[in-house]
Design a protein around this ligand. Structure first.
Ligand SMILES: C[S@@+](CC[C@H](N)C(=O)[O-])C[C@H]1O[C@@H](n2cnc3c(N)ncnc32)[C@H](O)[C@@H]1O
Length: 331
């Protein structure tokens, strides 16, 4: 029997942008923060946001339908993830990360033209970073990166390691968290020269200047500081093509002592390339940001490690559906 089809899924996809737009506006007007702080009726939200009641009605209907809000009796509550991550002032607030790619919206809707008239460079948007734009960028990445780093130190035992090299370390989330967790560890955050100024501010805030240093450099060229016994490269995989990533992994291999380990953490596609959608979209994001990067599969990442000389290579789910971790050991 033929499988019946209808247009529902396609219609939803055609209008999926509406969900992003509602989330951005809800964050702009502090909807979830107001609800959490007790403005949990539409009357109270009109007062708290200063919006027209018709717009509060529209926004609340969308937020309820998107399962961002729920009813508890006659008042509104945030759903669990919203209460944890989208209420300003809470320790896990990740609003900056949710807004991170908002400036790219126009570019995404100009994708066809960007493909027809391509304009890309190896570093894409990263070649234009200033100290100020790096600070803004890492306010967003740090709102999610420190959580990922805590997950890393809980799952990877670095207690026998002495020197971590953190490639494209950004806010220093992985290095700072790792030295706080493993008493014998020191770390070097390597990132582009304007970025490491911002990195130093995070290091100073954490009070770990004596154990984490920075190096302003482009990891696509040149040898890395050596010797180190662990290398981490997190959340920059789709920015580059296979040649660049393969080159970075090979130079990391050379910088490692025998017995050392490398962890490449990033959005990786399944080998069939049928998802996760997020990994494919981060690859497409590089068209929008003007680099030559693309999404890489798990098998490709394993191959970069194998070609460099790593053994005991594995790809493990790190944040399922979002990030995977490829690990290998230098013999
Ligand atoms: C999404 S952030 C991830 C930061 C950090 N690893 C984390 O997970 O929180 C990507 C970082 O890679 C850095 N990066 C990108 N290209 C680079 C390059 N060619 N050389 C050095 N750093 C680079 C960026 O400046 C940025 O700090």
């Amino acid at each position: 029997m033929n499988k019946r089809v209808d247009t529902t899924r396609l219609q939803e996809m055609a209008r999926a942008y509406t969900a992003s737009a509602v989330l951005y506006t809800a964050l702009d007007v502090g909807l979830f923060t107001h609800v959490s702080n007790g403005s949990n009726t539409e009357t109270a939200l009109v007062e708290a946001t200063g919006l027209r009641s018709v717009d509060v009605d529209r926004l609340v209907s969308c937020a309820l339908s998107l399962e961002l809000l729920d009813w508890e009796g006659d008042h509104l509550v945030n759903t669990l993830d919203v209460e944890a991550y989208l209420v300003e002032g809470k320790a896990r607030y990740a609003g900056a990360w949710m807004m991170f790619t908002r400036a790219d919206v126009v570019g995404w809707f100009d994708m066809t033209q960007k493909m027809r008239v391509p304009d890309s460079t190896k570093l894409g948007m990263y070649q234009e970073l200033t100290v100020e734009s790096a600070r803004k960028y890492h306010r967003a990445t740090s709102s999610i990166g420190f959580g990922a780093a805590r997950r890393f130190v809980k799952t990877v035992d670095l207690s026998a390691r002495r020197h971590l090299l953190d490639l494209g370390g950004g806010s220093g989330a992985y290095s700072i968290t790792a030295v706080e967790h493993f008493q014998e560890l020191r770390a070097t955050v390597l990132d582009l020269p304007p970025v490491v100024i911002a990195t130093q501010e995070y290091i100073a805030d954490a009070g770990v200047q004596d154990r984490v240093e920075t190096l302003g450099a482009d990891f696509t060229v040149g040898e890395f500081p050596a010797p180190v016994d662990v290398v981490v490269m997190a959340s920059n995989l789709p920015i580059y093509d296979g040649e660049v990533i393969g080159g970075v992994v090979s130079r990391a291999f050379r910088a490692l002592e025998s017995g050392g380990e490398m962890h490449l953490i990033g959005e990786m596609l399944n080998d069939s390339r049928k998802g996760p959608v997020d990994a494919a979209m981060w690859g497409m994001n590089e068209l929008i940001c003007g680099s030559e990067g693309r999404a890489h599969t798990r098998a490709e990442c394993q191959e970069y490690f194998a070609s460099a000389g790593f053994v005991d290579i594995e790809v493990i789910d790190f944040v399922p559906g979002i990030l995977a971790r490829c690990v290998g050991r230098k013999p």
